[in-house]
Each structure stands twice: as C-alpha cells, then as structure tokens.
Design a protein around this ligand. Structure first.
Ligand code: GLU
Length: 545
C-alpha cells in the first residue's frame, strides 16, 4: 500500500486536480492587472472593516484594469447567521462597491471561478487534499480533542511551544497501512498538512504594506480538512486564491503571522504564491487607549450604522480613503471637486501600524462631501433615508418638492457652500424653520444684543412697512438693512462701529439679527437674503408681523 492508495481510501470520489486546473484556467488579463478580493464571513452585521477592505480592493482593481471579487468564507459554520450572505451583498451594494465576481445571493454566484462560497466548494478542497495525500504531503490525524488538549497541557507544563509538530505530531509517523487500518476500523480523523519546515530556520517575506518581515519557518502540521469535511481557513485560502487567480491578497494584518504556513502550502501544492498586502487594523481611541474597533462595543463598527444615522456612503468611503492613504488629504485639498475615483490609491503608502478611526473626523469629511452635493442630490438621498428612518422629514420634504429643492439650494452650488450638514438625521432640524408648520415648534427665539420686546417690534414693523421688498436684489436688500439700522440709531457699517463703539448702541449686524431671529427663530442660519427669497413675501411679512 502506498500514499496513493491511502488517498484513494480517504477520498474515493474526489477528482484529479487536473480537472479543476482546466476548469478554472489562468486569467487572461493585461500586464499589471491586479486580481483582488475580500473574504467576508457571513456572521451578521457587516463590519466597517469589510467595507474598508472593499474600498481598497475596488480601487486596486479599477486602477489596474483588474478584477475585484468577493468570496464568502463560511467554513466556520458555528459562527454563521441566517441570511448572512445577503447582508454582505446588500451592504456592498449600498456603498456602491459591488464586486465584479462573487455571490449574488445565498446560493448563486456570478463569474467564471465560482462557486464563490467556500461551503459550496467542498469537492474542490477534497481533490487538492487528495493530491497532497497521494504525495505524502498530508496525512490523516487520529488524535481526539481530549488527546490534543492533554498534549497541550503537557507542552505548557514543559514550557515548550504548543501545537502539533515534531515529536508531538504522533499521527505523522504512522505507516500508510496503520493509518488505513484505523480508517477502515471507523476511527474518526482529520487531514493534516505535513509541514516540511524547521523552526530554527527563517523565512523572509516582502509584504506590500509591511515591507520586509522575517519569521521562523512553519513546522506545525496544521489541519487542512476538519472533521466536518470542510477546509480550514489556511487551506481554503491557498486553494481558492490559486484557482481564482488572485494576484494580491489584501487582508487584515491579523493574518500576517500566518504567512509562513501559507507560503508553505502554496509551495507544496505547486502553486505560484500571490503577493500579500496586510492592511492595518482599524483602531479606535478609547479614553486615550487605542484598541481594535469592535462590533460589540462600538456602534460605528457596523456598516449599517451609517445608513441608520444617514451618513452618505460617499462620505464613509471618502473617509476610509483618508485613513488608508495619508496622501489623500493633500490630494483632496488640491482637487476639491474631483471624484474619489480619480485618486491614485497606493497600497504601499498605507500606514504600517494601526489606522485610527475617528468619528469626529468622519463627520467633518461628510460635511465637505455633502457641501458639494446639488440640491437635487441632497433631496434624493435625504428622502430615501427619511422614507425609512424619519417619516416626518419625508412628508416635510415631499409635500412640495419644488419648494424643498429651493430650501436645500440655499447656499449651495456656489463657491462657498454651506457646511452645516454631516448626516441626514440632522437635516430636519437644520431646515425646519423653512416650513411653517414646523417653524413655531422648533424656534428658540433667542435674540442677541437687541432683546427688548418693544424695540424688536419697532424694528420689525419699520422693516416690513418701509424697507422690505421681495423683488430687491441682494445689494439693494443689504443697503436697505443699513438704512434701517441708521434710522433706529445704529451704525450702518460694522467697521465704523468697531472704530468708535461708544457712538452707537450697536451696528447693522445687530439689526439683521433681529430680523433673522424673528424670521427663523435662530441666530445662526445660512444667508438671510436667500432664506427670505425662498420663504416668499407672504411668509416673511406674516412672521415679522
Ligand atoms: N475570512 C477572513 C477574515 O474574515 C478573510 C481573510 C482574507 O481576506 O483572506 O478575516
């Protein structure tokens, strides 16, 4: 009996790997094209880290005329949730990050290298495991979990490295006959990789992001096929990324230390290894301590959070590029109006250590992103959000769409657009005074320097009777505000007032504040002239009176 017979005994139905090598030919792509992927697990609540990876992968593929695909990694079936794949697909779609290939539902995929779901690729892994077995590069392991636990305790007590290697790898030394006998007797087993490595030797690896790293060789006979028949992450990674033609494995840096075992697997399988880019972990500043951003502790770790509070996906993506490449900020400053698609993303310009994820900064980025939107875009995105999360806002906006577009157009589309909005959940408060039925409820009416009721009445009355004309252009409107200030004994010009403040009780700004607060209920608003134009003659007169 030889290795081949043992392989045959274990996987009688598995095909020869030549079948899959032919079925999934090497990709025919232009020179330099990157084939990149994300490998999310369907564990529910898509993590913002998955979106981060997808932003990077999408960029890499677009910039090189390559391919971005999505492979569902569901070999740990204990962690799986129902509908988990659909959640991933939905989330990627919301962020406009649809992969070129990948799962398009729980069971269907698009693209020539599918299925793109590991639990549907069982036969493929078996074929490659059989191939390794037949060459004596893998073997069945018969230790029970209890025996493995016992071994670990002994290793800990003896203060040696834990794991399945060297003298501890007891199943490794079984002859093919002994192994076959156990299998025929019905003993349970898993399949282990026979590592050719030695711990006292080093391997050098050049990571695209981390640069040159050195590790001891792997000497662990890791499990490649588990007792449930599914592969481990390591084995599936090697087989899938080989067959799917991945050229750059960009993944979280928690996998960096697994590179020695992965390179060994590629080598023993006879595959060309991909290049690796280990991306820094998204960190959060938690009272001065940096820690991993976590779905358990941080609402912003869930990709769905942004939709719930109405932060545009455009803002989130822009922010993620901001933390991905430190050069992004300068680029944005130099190119305020360009689409992020034009930014030249570079993997090797990612930070080597963690990437700090800061909500305050993200909201700031979002303000800039939204400030560039047209009124129509604000309307469309806000109403889509409001329909789901704020019915009151939805009916406010949709009751008179033309009017709402004018409201949203205030201080928008000009050289210095308003920057007071970072998310749609703030919109209602920001514009409520533009809607008569919301105005009274929402107004604070906190006046400034001029706060005496009679004086306010005098000023507003005079304004309505003598100065207000909805047909005035902005200059005339402003001149009249000055006339009004002068008539009630205030300085016409702020500059004059500042030079000799003792000469007047205040200046034209204090007078316009009276008009502003009476009209809007607030001291801080966008341009008052534009507000009045949109409110219209009747409403202005009604409110001032
Ligand atoms: N399923 C793996 C993870 O979620 C994917 C890592 C990879 O991209 O290879 O960490």
């Amino acid at each position: 009996m030889d290795y081949k017979d043992l392989a045959e005994l274990i996987f009688p139905d598995a095909k020869d790997i030549s079948y899959y090598e032919e079925k999934y030919p090497r990709r025919d792509l232009p020179e330099g094209a990157a084939v990149v992927r994300i490998g999310p697990s369907p564990t529910g609540n898509v993590h913002i880290g998955t979106i981060y990876q997808a932003v990077i992968a999408r960029k890499m593929a677009n910039q090189t005329n390559g391919v971005f695909f999505m492979r569902v990694e569901d070999t740990d079936q204990k962690r799986e949730v129902e509908n988990g794949i659909n959640q991933i697909i939905e989330s990627l779609t919301k962020f406009d990050l649809e992969p070129d290939e990948g799962m398009i539902s729980e069971t269907e995929s698009k693209g020539p290298y599918g299925p793109y779901r590991q639990s549907m690729r069982g036969d493929i892994y078996k074929a490659y495991a059989k191939y390794l077995l037949s060459q004596g590069k893998a073997y069945p392991g018969f230790e029970t979990q209890d025996q493995l636990n016992e071994m670990r305790e002994k290793q800990e007590a003896a203060k040696v490295r834990t794991g399945y290697y060297g003298v501890w790898a007891t199943s490794r030394n079984l002859s093919v006959e002994e192994a076959a006998e156990k299998i025929k007797a019905g003993e349970p087993y898993i399949i282990r990789f026979k590592s050719p490595g030695r711990e006292d030797r080093k391997i050098k690896h050049k990571d695209i992001i981390k640069g040159n790293v050195e590790f001891p060789e792997n000497d662990q006979d890791i499990i490649i096929i588990k007792s449930d028949g599914l592969p481990t992450y390591h084995f599936a990674h090697a087989v899938d990324d080989h067959l799917m033609g991945t050229t750059i494995v960009s993944r979280g840096d928690e996998w960096l230390s697994s590179v020695p075992v992965h390179l060994q697997l590629f080598q023993e399988l006879g595959f060309k290894a991909p290049r690796y880019a280990h991306t820094p972990t998204l960190l959060k500043n938690d009272n001065g301590n940096k820690r991993k951003i976590s779905k358990r502790k941080d609402p912003e770790a869930a990709a769905s959070y942004y939709e719930e509070v109405g932060i545009p996906s455009q803002s989130v993506k822009e922010y993620l590029l901001n933390i991905a490449n430190s050069t992004f900020e300068n680029w944005r400053r130099a190119n305020p109006d360009k689409s992020i698609d034009e930014f030249d993303f570079q993997l090797n310009k990612m930070s080597v250590s963690g990437a700090l994820f800061d909500m305050v900064k993200l909201l700031d980025v979002s303000k800039n992103v939204i400030s560039k939107y047209s009124a129509e875009r604000v309307y469309d995105e806000a109403i889509a959000w409001a329909n789901e999360f704020d019915k009151e806002l939805a009916s406010m906006l949709s009751a008179d769409k033309e009017y709402s577009l004018r409201v949203l157009g205030i201080e928008r589309g000009n050289a210095k657009p308003r920057k007071d909005l970072s998310k749609w959940s703030e919109l209602k408060h920001t514009i409520s005074y533009m809607y008569n039925d919301k105005f009274d409820k929402d107004a604070e009416f906190e006046y400034g320097k001029v706060s005496d009721k009679d004086e306010i009445k005098k000023i507003t009355k005079l304004y309505v009777e003598k100065y207000f004309d909805i047909n005035d252009d902005k200059q005339t409107w402003f001149d009249k505000m000055k006339d009004l200030a002068e008539e009630v004994g205030f300085a016409r010009e702020v500059k004059e007032f500042k030079a000799n403040p003792e000469n007047w009780p205040g200046h034209v700004g204090d007078i316009s504040t009276v008009i502003r607060v009476t009209l809007t209920g607030r001291q801080n608003t966008p341009d008052l002239y534009e507000i009045m134009q949109v409110l219209g003659k009747e409403t202005v007169i009604e409110r001032l009176s």
